[in-house]
Design a protein around this ligand. Structure first.
Ligand SMILES: Nc1ncnc2c1ncn2[C@@H]1O[C@H](COP(=O)(O)OP(=O)(O)OP(=O)(O)O)[C@@H](O)[C@H]1O
Ligand SMILES: [Mg+2]
Length: 274
Protein backbone atom coordinates (compact mmCIF):
# COMPACT_ATOMS: atom_id res chain seq x y z
CA UNK A 1 0.00 0.00 0.00
CA UNK A 2 1.15 3.51 -0.71
CA UNK A 3 1.91 5.55 2.40
CA UNK A 4 0.34 8.95 2.91
CA UNK A 5 3.37 10.74 1.45
CA UNK A 6 3.66 8.56 -1.61
CA UNK A 7 0.14 8.61 -2.96
CA UNK A 8 -0.69 10.99 -5.75
CA UNK A 9 -3.93 12.13 -7.11
CA UNK A 10 -4.85 10.40 -10.27
CA UNK A 11 -4.43 12.70 -13.18
CA UNK A 12 -7.24 12.92 -15.65
CA UNK A 13 -7.23 14.06 -19.23
CA UNK A 14 -9.18 17.13 -18.19
CA UNK A 15 -6.56 18.18 -15.68
CA UNK A 16 -3.97 17.52 -18.33
CA UNK A 17 -5.43 20.13 -20.61
CA UNK A 18 -5.14 22.67 -17.79
CA UNK A 19 -1.60 22.15 -16.58
CA UNK A 20 -0.17 20.21 -19.51
CA UNK A 21 3.36 18.91 -19.33
CA UNK A 22 3.40 17.76 -22.96
CA UNK A 23 0.84 18.78 -25.51
CA UNK A 24 0.53 17.88 -29.16
CA UNK A 25 -2.19 19.55 -31.16
CA UNK A 26 -3.18 18.15 -34.54
CA UNK A 27 0.40 17.27 -35.39
CA UNK A 28 1.57 15.84 -38.69
CA UNK A 29 5.09 14.90 -39.76
CA UNK A 30 6.01 14.28 -43.38
CA UNK A 31 9.48 13.28 -44.45
CA UNK A 32 10.50 14.13 -47.98
CA UNK A 33 13.39 12.16 -49.34
CA UNK A 34 14.66 11.91 -52.92
CA UNK A 35 12.92 8.59 -53.44
CA UNK A 36 9.59 9.17 -51.72
CA UNK A 37 7.49 11.12 -49.28
CA UNK A 38 6.55 9.42 -46.03
CA UNK A 39 3.82 10.62 -43.72
CA UNK A 40 5.06 9.42 -40.35
CA UNK A 41 2.38 11.02 -38.16
CA UNK A 42 -1.05 12.44 -38.87
CA UNK A 43 -3.81 14.03 -36.73
CA UNK A 44 -1.94 13.43 -33.49
CA UNK A 45 -3.34 15.28 -30.49
CA UNK A 46 -2.30 14.35 -26.99
CA UNK A 47 -2.22 16.00 -23.57
CA UNK A 48 0.07 14.61 -20.92
CA UNK A 49 -0.33 15.99 -17.42
CA UNK A 50 2.51 16.79 -15.09
CA UNK A 51 3.67 13.67 -13.28
CA UNK A 52 1.77 11.36 -15.57
CA UNK A 53 3.27 8.17 -17.03
CA UNK A 54 2.19 7.61 -20.62
CA UNK A 55 3.23 4.59 -22.65
CA UNK A 56 3.15 4.58 -26.45
CA UNK A 57 2.72 1.34 -28.35
CA UNK A 58 2.21 0.67 -32.05
CA UNK A 59 3.53 -1.20 -35.06
CA UNK A 60 7.11 -0.71 -36.19
CA UNK A 61 7.49 2.41 -38.33
CA UNK A 62 4.28 4.07 -37.12
CA UNK A 63 6.08 7.16 -35.85
CA UNK A 64 6.70 6.51 -32.15
CA UNK A 65 10.32 7.69 -32.15
CA UNK A 66 9.27 10.59 -34.35
CA UNK A 67 6.76 11.61 -31.69
CA UNK A 68 9.42 11.63 -28.96
CA UNK A 69 11.79 13.64 -31.18
CA UNK A 70 9.07 16.27 -31.66
CA UNK A 71 8.69 16.64 -27.90
CA UNK A 72 12.48 16.87 -27.46
CA UNK A 73 12.64 19.56 -30.15
CA UNK A 74 14.92 17.44 -32.33
CA UNK A 75 12.36 17.54 -35.11
CA UNK A 76 9.79 20.10 -36.25
CA UNK A 77 6.23 19.09 -37.13
CA UNK A 78 5.12 19.69 -40.72
CA UNK A 79 1.91 21.07 -39.26
CA UNK A 80 0.34 21.38 -35.85
CA UNK A 81 1.65 22.53 -32.50
CA UNK A 82 3.94 20.91 -29.94
CA UNK A 83 4.28 22.30 -26.43
CA UNK A 84 6.43 21.29 -23.52
CA UNK A 85 5.41 22.70 -20.15
CA UNK A 86 3.16 25.14 -21.94
CA UNK A 87 5.90 26.61 -24.11
CA UNK A 88 6.04 26.03 -27.86
CA UNK A 89 8.89 23.68 -28.75
CA UNK A 90 11.06 25.55 -31.22
CA UNK A 91 14.41 23.78 -30.84
CA UNK A 92 16.25 21.20 -28.73
CA UNK A 93 15.01 21.35 -25.15
CA UNK A 94 17.15 21.04 -22.08
CA UNK A 95 14.36 20.38 -19.64
CA UNK A 96 14.01 16.78 -20.75
CA UNK A 97 15.88 13.53 -20.18
CA UNK A 98 16.18 11.09 -23.09
CA UNK A 99 16.91 7.37 -22.82
CA UNK A 100 17.58 5.49 -26.05
CA UNK A 101 17.16 1.83 -26.90
CA UNK A 102 20.92 1.31 -26.60
CA UNK A 103 22.58 2.82 -23.57
CA UNK A 104 24.94 4.92 -25.78
CA UNK A 105 27.65 5.14 -23.12
CA UNK A 106 31.18 6.37 -23.75
CA UNK A 107 33.43 3.32 -23.50
CA UNK A 108 36.38 5.26 -22.10
CA UNK A 109 34.44 6.72 -19.21
CA UNK A 110 33.47 4.97 -15.97
CA UNK A 111 29.81 4.59 -14.99
CA UNK A 112 30.06 7.65 -12.74
CA UNK A 113 31.75 9.76 -15.40
CA UNK A 114 29.19 8.69 -18.01
CA UNK A 115 26.48 9.95 -15.68
CA UNK A 116 28.41 13.17 -15.04
CA UNK A 117 28.54 13.84 -18.78
CA UNK A 118 25.07 15.32 -18.41
CA UNK A 119 26.36 17.76 -15.78
CA UNK A 120 29.25 18.80 -18.01
CA UNK A 121 26.94 19.43 -20.95
CA UNK A 122 24.64 21.52 -18.79
CA UNK A 123 27.34 23.17 -16.71
CA UNK A 124 25.74 22.02 -13.47
CA UNK A 125 27.53 23.03 -10.26
CA UNK A 126 30.07 20.26 -9.53
CA UNK A 127 29.00 19.67 -5.94
CA UNK A 128 25.35 19.30 -6.83
CA UNK A 129 26.19 17.00 -9.74
CA UNK A 130 28.32 14.71 -7.55
CA UNK A 131 25.67 14.59 -4.86
CA UNK A 132 22.91 13.81 -7.33
CA UNK A 133 25.06 11.15 -9.06
CA UNK A 134 25.56 9.40 -5.72
CA UNK A 135 21.80 9.50 -5.04
CA UNK A 136 20.97 8.06 -8.45
CA UNK A 137 23.63 5.34 -8.20
CA UNK A 138 22.11 4.24 -4.91
CA UNK A 139 18.56 4.51 -6.28
CA UNK A 140 19.32 2.29 -9.27
CA UNK A 141 21.36 -0.30 -7.37
CA UNK A 142 24.66 0.54 -9.07
CA UNK A 143 26.55 0.95 -5.82
CA UNK A 144 29.96 -0.71 -6.12
CA UNK A 145 30.08 -0.25 -9.90
CA UNK A 146 30.69 3.52 -9.99
CA UNK A 147 34.20 3.09 -11.35
CA UNK A 148 33.47 0.24 -13.76
CA UNK A 149 33.71 0.88 -17.49
CA UNK A 150 30.77 0.08 -19.79
CA UNK A 151 32.32 -3.18 -21.04
CA UNK A 152 32.54 -4.34 -17.42
CA UNK A 153 28.80 -3.81 -16.91
CA UNK A 154 25.89 -6.05 -17.88
CA UNK A 155 23.33 -4.76 -20.39
CA UNK A 156 20.89 -4.04 -17.56
CA UNK A 157 23.54 -2.09 -15.63
CA UNK A 158 24.43 -0.08 -18.72
CA UNK A 159 20.78 0.85 -19.13
CA UNK A 160 20.68 1.88 -15.46
CA UNK A 161 23.67 4.17 -16.09
CA UNK A 162 21.83 5.67 -19.08
CA UNK A 163 18.77 6.21 -16.89
CA UNK A 164 20.87 7.93 -14.21
CA UNK A 165 22.40 10.16 -16.87
CA UNK A 166 18.95 11.10 -18.17
CA UNK A 167 17.74 11.92 -14.64
CA UNK A 168 20.82 13.78 -13.38
CA UNK A 169 19.50 17.29 -14.02
CA UNK A 170 16.12 16.36 -12.55
CA UNK A 171 14.24 16.88 -15.80
CA UNK A 172 10.51 17.47 -15.42
CA UNK A 173 9.95 15.29 -18.49
CA UNK A 174 11.63 11.97 -19.24
CA UNK A 175 11.43 10.52 -22.76
CA UNK A 176 12.28 6.83 -23.14
CA UNK A 177 12.49 5.10 -26.51
CA UNK A 178 12.35 1.33 -26.02
CA UNK A 179 14.90 1.56 -23.23
CA UNK A 180 14.66 -2.09 -22.23
CA UNK A 181 14.20 -3.67 -25.66
CA UNK A 182 17.64 -5.27 -25.75
CA UNK A 183 17.44 -6.84 -22.29
CA UNK A 184 16.48 -10.35 -21.23
CA UNK A 185 12.99 -10.79 -19.75
CA UNK A 186 14.11 -11.03 -16.12
CA UNK A 187 16.32 -7.95 -16.20
CA UNK A 188 13.58 -6.08 -18.00
CA UNK A 189 11.10 -7.02 -15.29
CA UNK A 190 13.48 -5.84 -12.59
CA UNK A 191 14.07 -2.52 -14.36
CA UNK A 192 10.32 -2.07 -14.82
CA UNK A 193 9.90 -2.41 -11.05
CA UNK A 194 12.74 0.10 -10.48
CA UNK A 195 11.31 2.52 -13.02
CA UNK A 196 7.93 2.46 -11.30
CA UNK A 197 9.62 3.33 -8.01
CA UNK A 198 11.86 6.03 -9.53
CA UNK A 199 8.87 7.60 -11.26
CA UNK A 200 6.98 7.76 -7.97
CA UNK A 201 9.99 9.19 -6.16
CA UNK A 202 10.96 11.80 -8.75
CA UNK A 203 7.42 12.66 -9.92
CA UNK A 204 8.78 13.25 -13.39
CA UNK A 205 6.42 13.07 -16.36
CA UNK A 206 7.31 10.02 -18.47
CA UNK A 207 6.68 9.21 -22.12
CA UNK A 208 7.76 5.62 -22.75
CA UNK A 209 7.81 3.97 -26.16
CA UNK A 210 7.69 0.21 -25.86
CA UNK A 211 6.91 -2.90 -27.88
CA UNK A 212 5.96 -4.77 -24.73
CA UNK A 213 2.27 -4.73 -23.96
CA UNK A 214 2.89 -5.96 -20.40
CA UNK A 215 5.50 -3.28 -19.80
CA UNK A 216 3.09 -0.58 -21.01
CA UNK A 217 0.26 -1.77 -18.78
CA UNK A 218 2.45 -2.33 -15.73
CA UNK A 219 4.03 1.12 -15.86
CA UNK A 220 1.59 3.58 -17.38
CA UNK A 221 -1.37 5.67 -16.24
CA UNK A 222 -2.44 5.84 -19.86
CA UNK A 223 -1.45 3.95 -22.98
CA UNK A 224 -1.47 5.55 -26.41
CA UNK A 225 -2.09 2.88 -29.04
CA UNK A 226 -1.07 3.94 -32.53
CA UNK A 227 -2.14 2.70 -35.93
CA UNK A 228 0.09 1.58 -38.75
CA UNK A 229 1.74 4.32 -40.80
CA UNK A 230 0.76 7.06 -41.21
CA UNK A 231 0.68 6.89 -37.43
CA UNK A 232 -2.48 8.18 -35.85
CA UNK A 233 -3.77 7.56 -32.35
CA UNK A 234 -6.14 4.58 -32.45
CA UNK A 235 -7.12 4.86 -28.80
CA UNK A 236 -5.87 6.08 -25.45
CA UNK A 237 -6.41 3.46 -22.75
CA UNK A 238 -6.72 4.38 -19.09
CA UNK A 239 -4.93 1.97 -16.79
CA UNK A 240 -7.00 2.01 -13.68
CA UNK A 241 -4.34 0.90 -11.21
CA UNK A 242 -2.68 2.62 -8.25
CA UNK A 243 0.67 4.31 -8.92
CA UNK A 244 2.50 1.95 -6.58
CA UNK A 245 2.44 -1.43 -8.31
CA UNK A 246 3.67 -4.70 -6.98
CA UNK A 247 4.70 -6.71 -10.03
CA UNK A 248 3.04 -10.08 -9.44
CA UNK A 249 -0.10 -8.60 -7.90
CA UNK A 250 -0.49 -6.12 -10.74
CA UNK A 251 -0.19 -8.83 -13.40
CA UNK A 252 -3.04 -10.70 -11.75
CA UNK A 253 -5.38 -7.71 -11.53
CA UNK A 254 -8.43 -7.55 -13.80
CA UNK A 255 -7.56 -3.92 -14.71
CA UNK A 256 -4.21 -5.15 -16.04
CA UNK A 257 -5.87 -7.89 -18.08
CA UNK A 258 -8.39 -5.41 -19.43
CA UNK A 259 -5.67 -2.98 -20.56
CA UNK A 260 -3.46 -5.63 -22.19
CA UNK A 261 -6.48 -7.27 -23.82
CA UNK A 262 -7.59 -3.99 -25.31
CA UNK A 263 -4.12 -3.24 -26.68
CA UNK A 264 -4.02 -6.68 -28.30
CA UNK A 265 -7.45 -6.12 -29.85
CA UNK A 266 -6.29 -2.83 -31.28
CA UNK A 267 -2.94 -4.01 -32.54
CA UNK A 268 -4.16 -7.36 -33.82
CA UNK A 269 -2.85 -10.79 -32.95
CA UNK A 270 0.24 -10.42 -35.12
CA UNK A 271 1.70 -7.67 -32.95
CA UNK A 272 0.64 -9.16 -29.65
CA UNK A 273 3.82 -11.05 -28.81
CA UNK A 274 5.73 -9.55 -25.91
N1 LIG B 1 14.79 11.43 -40.80
C1 LIG B 1 13.93 10.71 -41.54
N2 LIG B 1 13.89 10.83 -42.88
C2 LIG B 1 13.01 10.13 -43.61
N3 LIG B 1 12.12 9.26 -43.11
C3 LIG B 1 12.11 9.09 -41.77
C4 LIG B 1 13.03 9.79 -40.92
N4 LIG B 1 12.80 9.40 -39.63
C5 LIG B 1 11.80 8.51 -39.70
N5 LIG B 1 11.39 8.32 -40.96
C6 LIG B 1 10.28 7.44 -41.40
O1 LIG B 1 9.15 7.77 -40.61
C7 LIG B 1 8.44 6.59 -40.24
C8 LIG B 1 8.32 6.53 -38.74
O2 LIG B 1 9.61 6.32 -38.18
P1 LIG B 1 9.83 6.12 -36.61
O3 LIG B 1 11.28 5.92 -36.40
O4 LIG B 1 9.20 7.23 -35.88
O5 LIG B 1 9.02 4.78 -36.36
P2 LIG B 1 8.85 3.92 -34.98
O6 LIG B 1 7.40 3.84 -34.71
O7 LIG B 1 9.73 4.49 -33.95
O8 LIG B 1 9.35 2.48 -35.45
P3 LIG B 1 10.13 1.34 -34.59
O9 LIG B 1 9.10 0.72 -33.71
O10 LIG B 1 10.59 0.39 -35.63
O11 LIG B 1 11.24 2.03 -33.85
C9 LIG B 1 9.21 5.43 -40.87
O12 LIG B 1 8.60 5.10 -42.08
C10 LIG B 1 10.58 6.00 -41.13
O13 LIG B 1 11.16 5.40 -42.26
MG1 LIG C 1 11.42 3.81 -32.97
Amino acid sequence: MAGPGSTRERVTGQEASRGGSVRLDDVAVRFRTKKKDVTALRDVSLDVAEGEFVAIVGPSGCGKSTLLKLVAGLLKPSSGDVRLREEPVTGPRHDIGYVFQRAALLEWRSARRNILLQAEMRRMPADRARERTAELIAMTGLTGFEDAYPHELSGGMQQRVALCRALLHEPPVLLMDEPFGALDALTREQLNIELNRIWRETRTTVLLVTHSIAEAAYLANRIVVMTDRPGTIAEVIDVDLPDERDYATTMARPEFARATGRIRDLLGAASAAD
